[in-house]
Design a binder for this molecule. Sequence first.
Ligand SMILES: *Cc1c(COP(=O)(O)O)cnc(C)c1O
Length: 369
Amino acid sequence: MTNSSVKGPVAQPGIMDISPYVPGKSNTTFNGEIYKLSSNETPLGASPKAIAAFKSLSADLQLYPDGSATALRNAIGDRYGLNPENIVCGSGSDELLELISGAYLGTGDEAIYTRHGFLVYPIAIMANGATPVIADEVDYTANVDEIIAKITDKTRIIFLANPNNPTGTYLPFDEVKRLQQAMPKDCLLVLDAAYAEYVTANDYEAGIELVATNQNVVMTRTFSKIYGLAGLRLGWAYCPPQIADVINRVRGPFNVNAAAIAAGVEAMKDVEHIDKAIAHNTKWLAWLTTKLEEIGIKVTPSVGNFILIHFGKGNAAQADEYLGNNGLIVRAMGAYGLPDALRITIGSQEANERLVAVLSSFMKDQGNA
Ligand SMILES: *Cc1c(COP(=O)(O)O)cnc(C)c1O
């Protein structure tokens, strides 16, 4: 007997409602130096010591990695004064966000993120049949009262990118604490601190203290941004012991590859390289913000390694094309519900200077049109 209405295997509820993640563009037809400023990658590259560790690993590719990434968890623990038992590594922090969602979300549950929050959250939420709930922002910034207003007895996770991508804004530690205090104890706060290393504001705290003093907070971090290891896929989570135990049960036994572990250890230890990256970013973030405002572009104040810039209705697409035609690849924001904005990574000195020059002529053309 055949049932002609069944065409084949059917995905779990929610999965076909997911809009697939679209990464930043990486090409243009421009004939000259091309600057990719669309994925928040570091212009400084990885630590030379991390690159050397990666290369030296090539002689041992037949070996499985250490499934518990002990050397890496120890290096992270040493750097931040954390118990390595409470650290879990993942193939990018994206994998950790997915593992956490898989472990704590199911059909009928709700998870909250903010209006212009990172687009991996709705994917991770819907992949597990749960319902994404959006809390409004104020001035492109997460707002604790708006988030609290969305909490119901079905809320299982609140995702907060701090600082947030793509807006570049952040919540001070006091506000994150206030959110945690208002949450039910069985609801998990995921603090995604992918850009924490770049933040120089005194009132910012990535999440270490909140994780250490509560049972329902997890902080995720990445090696993809300031460490310059995006291609290797490496992230880590600092968790209360029970949550580390849960993630360790559901993760793949060798979820972090050997090259990532080897390079990650050296990257974590190379404080000098990180300090250089922070200094570069701090200088050029301020410079770009000032220069772009001078030519009449609205810039959302950022503490990350990127800026969100705003154009008049319909102009962002033209600016995107103009930049691309001049060798500058930036991120269009339609998928984030910001069709009149572009997100631009802080690049090398040459990239930043070129960006300002190209946007200046774009703005002049606009004015003369
Ligand atoms: C880039 C980014 C990450 C990092 O993802 P990886 O999987 O570690 O490369 C996580 N969260 C946010 C908000 C990001 O922008």
